[in-house]
Ligand binder design. Structure first.
Ligand code: HAM
Length: 423
């Protein structure tokens, strides 16, 4: 019996991977402009990091983690997201003591969630995320949002919708929490088991329930916006002012609560508005998490960030019909005729490559016509033909595939010749 790929995972093959690389490169370039530096953390962490950081009552922790015991009896979990790990590293490596503050970090790598696979929802997916730690300024919230928006825009996406909300500070959240409990308590029996246990532990999570989302009490639930204290309101107003200043259109949605527990103040999601995108339209999610560093055992540190998956990014590009030039082809294909010439191209190929030229030769003993076909498939800009006769005369025949022009050049000057040509 053959062994297949696990459910909810993907192989990304040549031909597809180039688009991934392009997005990854754009993301890195943009991070450099915005001055975010890369951090790489382990793929697995102590389970407690996520149960404390992401939150015990969240779907992620309750249902979606890949948790296992290692041979030493420790409970470890494949990371379901990148924020908790980043903040753990920030605390553990005492980055709050860095001279440069705020500390602005980004990461790119696989995350794991045991979710029901469907279009746009995988069990292993790649997140690109940024985290800015150490600043209370709403201008950095606006910066983080603008980084995500600009990445999408640079790749050509137009049908984007930014939704923002404020979850307020501790005081506002406590007031809202009481209001939620009062609202749901009398009829909590009509809700699912999860919601019933959420009522006292974390009633905000009820608003995020996928089972009971159409219950009438959901629509009439007290909105956090009405419970924001003056300080939280002022923070949210400032953010909106900055987004307007940055020309980033947004909608305020008081029902946006996000699926992770660490948020306060700013919460946001970027959705695709493209027709035919499918049921899951959230491309990117993020927000502020001022208490998280403390929760993990560090000093009080404000933080804000977002994460987006490359899988949904690509789905959005497809939904908008955006095709990017991702296979520009190789610079030079070396075609050879006869044993001696073939042998010679082994060294010549190396010289081309070491000179910074992308180059290929035949490894299947193909006839010259088939070698030209192979060069075509590789989209070669130049095909250099070396026969016994050329070799004896220390020459090589170079064909420009765009114009059809052919020239004979000295073998000794061949690499420099290709280097000097338009590539
Ligand atoms: P999240 O909303 O759980 O937030 O995930 C962020 C993004 O990851 C989603 O908007 C989506 O693009 C992608 N994503 C999540 N689950 C899947 C999946 N199963 N398949 C494909 N893509 C998926 C977080 O992870 C937070 N750590 C974001 C954050 C960073 N907040 C502050 N800083």
């Amino acid at each position: 019996m053959s062994i297949n790929i696990p459910r909810g995972t993907q192989d990304i093959l040549p031909g597809e991977v180039e688009l991934w690389q392009l997005i990854e490169k754009k993301a890195r370039d943009l991070c450099e402009k915005y001055q975010y530096q890369e951090i790489r953390t382990p793929i697995f962490e102590h389970t407690e990091l996520f149960s404390r950081g992401v939150g015990d009552t969240t779907d992620i922790v309750q249902k979606e983690m890949y948790t296992f015991e290692d041979r030493g009896g420790r409970s470890l979990t494949l990371r379901p997201e990148g924020t908790a790990s980043t903040v753990r590293a920030f605390v553990e490596k005492k980055m709050y003591g860095n001279a440069n503050q705020p500390v602005k970090l980004y990461y790119m790598g696989p995350m794991f969630r045991y979710e029901r696979p469907q279009s746009g929802r995988f069990r292993q997916f790649v997140q690109f995320g940024v985290e800015a730690l150490g600043s209370h300024d709403p201008a950095i919230d606006a910066e983080v949002i603008s980084l995500a928006m600009n990445l999408y825009k640079e790749m050509g996406l137009k049908k984007l919708k930014l939704i923002i909300n404020s979850l307020g500070d501790k005081e506002s959240r406590l007031a809202h929490r009481d209001a939620l409990i009062n609202h749901f308590k009398p009829r909590i029996g009509e809700f699912c088991k999860d919601c019933q246990s959420r009522l006292e532990k974390n009633p905000l999570r009820i608003l995020d329930c996928k089972v009971d989302r159409d219950h009438e009490l959901m629509k009439s639930a007290p909105s956090i916006i009405d419970y924001l204290n003056e300080e939280s309101k002022a923070y949210f107003d400032k953010l909106q002012k900055y987004l307007t200043q940055l020309d980033i259109p947004f909608e305020v949605d008081p029902n946006l609560v996000r699926g992770l527990d660490y948020y306060n103040h700013t919460a946001f999601e970027i959705m695709s508005d493209a027709e035919g995108f499918g049921a899951i339209t959230t491309l990117c999610g993020g927000g502020r998490y001022n208490g998280l560093a403390e929760e993990i055992g560090g000093p009080e540190t404000p933080g804000i960030g977002f994460a987006l998956s490359i899988e949904r990014f690509i789905a959005a590009l497809k939904a908008e019909g955006i095709e990017l030039e991702v296979n520009p082809g190789i610079d030079c294909y070396l075609a050879a005729l006869g044993e001696e010439a073939k042998d010679y191209t082994v060294g010549l190929l190396q010289k081309l490559r070491l000179a910074g030229i992308s180059a290929e030769r035949d490894y299947l003993a193909r006839k010259i016509k088939a070698q030209f076909k192979a060069a075509d498939r590789l989209n070669a800009k130049y095909v250099a033909v070396l026969g016994e006769e050329e070799l004896n005369q220390n020459k090589i025949n170079v064909k420009n595939m765009a114009t059809g022009d052919q020239v004979e050049v000295d073998l000794d000057g061949f690499v420099e010749y290709i280097q000097g040509m338009e590539r």
